[in-house]
Design a protein around this ligand. Structure first.
Ligand code: GLU
Length: 238
């Protein structure tokens, strides 16, 4: 279980995401990566410390976008390599997924996907999620919810998709995830320190919550699709 940070707002997402990942470094990790939306969906990821990711980003140049997410990985399925680092994408490169935890039934899901023609590139339990979302239709949050109903395990997920470039979707199933609410901006993170510099207003997602985060706030549904209200907690520590 490692670090997750997402940002949607008026500012460049990359510095917010990298700083958030740095604040979660105490958790330990073996790889790191980011995905940003700006017309296209860009993913940069590397095995090793955040300094390796920084170096890769230095080579790639600026990765623009005011919607983005980042992940630090503690490998459970698949060696800590560049290829297995998160984010993972669908066949078309239009959906990116980061994940903390374990998808227990990924082997069955993977063989079903491969039979249906998907090319699953990594050795992780995570990548199947991107391909399963790819097969669904409708709004991103609905596609994610339909996918989550097929998953077994303990996980937090964050998803970006080119079809809905102004939304970040997060899911909490037995692995913590919070949403931060700012002025015209939203955050998503595995732990409060990642976003505390930006906002003290936090929604702690409950088990099974699916959060649709935009610049205007958050809409949360339960696994059965019913909308739920969650309190906004003001964090007093610094
Ligand atoms: N099970 C996933 C993997 O091995 C996620 C591990 C994590 O929580 O960082 O890539």
């Amino acid at each position: 279980m490692c670090g997750i940070v997402g940002y949607i707002g008026p500012d460049p997402a990359l510095p917010v995401v990298l700083e958030g990942l740095r604040r979660l470094e105490y958790r330990g990790y073996d790889s790191a990566g980011v995905a940003m939306i700006d017309g296209g969906l860009s993913v940069v990821k590397r095995a090793g410390k955040l300094s390796e990711l920084d170096a890769a980003l230095g080579v790639v140049g600026d990765v623009p976008g005011s919607v983005g997410m980042g992940h630090t990985r503690w490998a459970t399925h698949g060696a800590p390599t560049d290829r297995n680092a998160h984010p993972h994408m669908d066949c078309q490169g239009r959906i990116a997924v980061i994940h903390n935890g374990i998808i227990e039934n990924f082997t069955d899901l993977r063989s079903g996907l491969e039979k249906r023609g998907h090319v699953v590139d990594s050795d992780t339990d995570t990548e199947v999620v991107a391909h399963l979302i790819e097969e669904k239709e409708g709004a991103l949050a609905d596609r994610v919810r339909a996918t989550v109903l097929e998953l077994e395990g303990a996980y937090a997920l964050v998803v970006l998709a080119l079809d809905e470039p102004d939304v970040i979707v997060g899911v909490r199933v037995s692995s913590p995830l919070i949403v931060g609410l700012g002025d015209g901006e939203g955050f998503i993170a595995s732990d409060v320190p990642a976003i505390l510099e930006h906002t003290k207003n936090v929604v702690i997602l409950h088990e099974g919550d699916i959060a649709d985060v935009t610049r205007n706030g958050v809409r949360i549904v339960a696994l059965d699709g019913t909308e739920v209200e969650r309190d906004v907690t003001e964090i007093h520590w610094s």
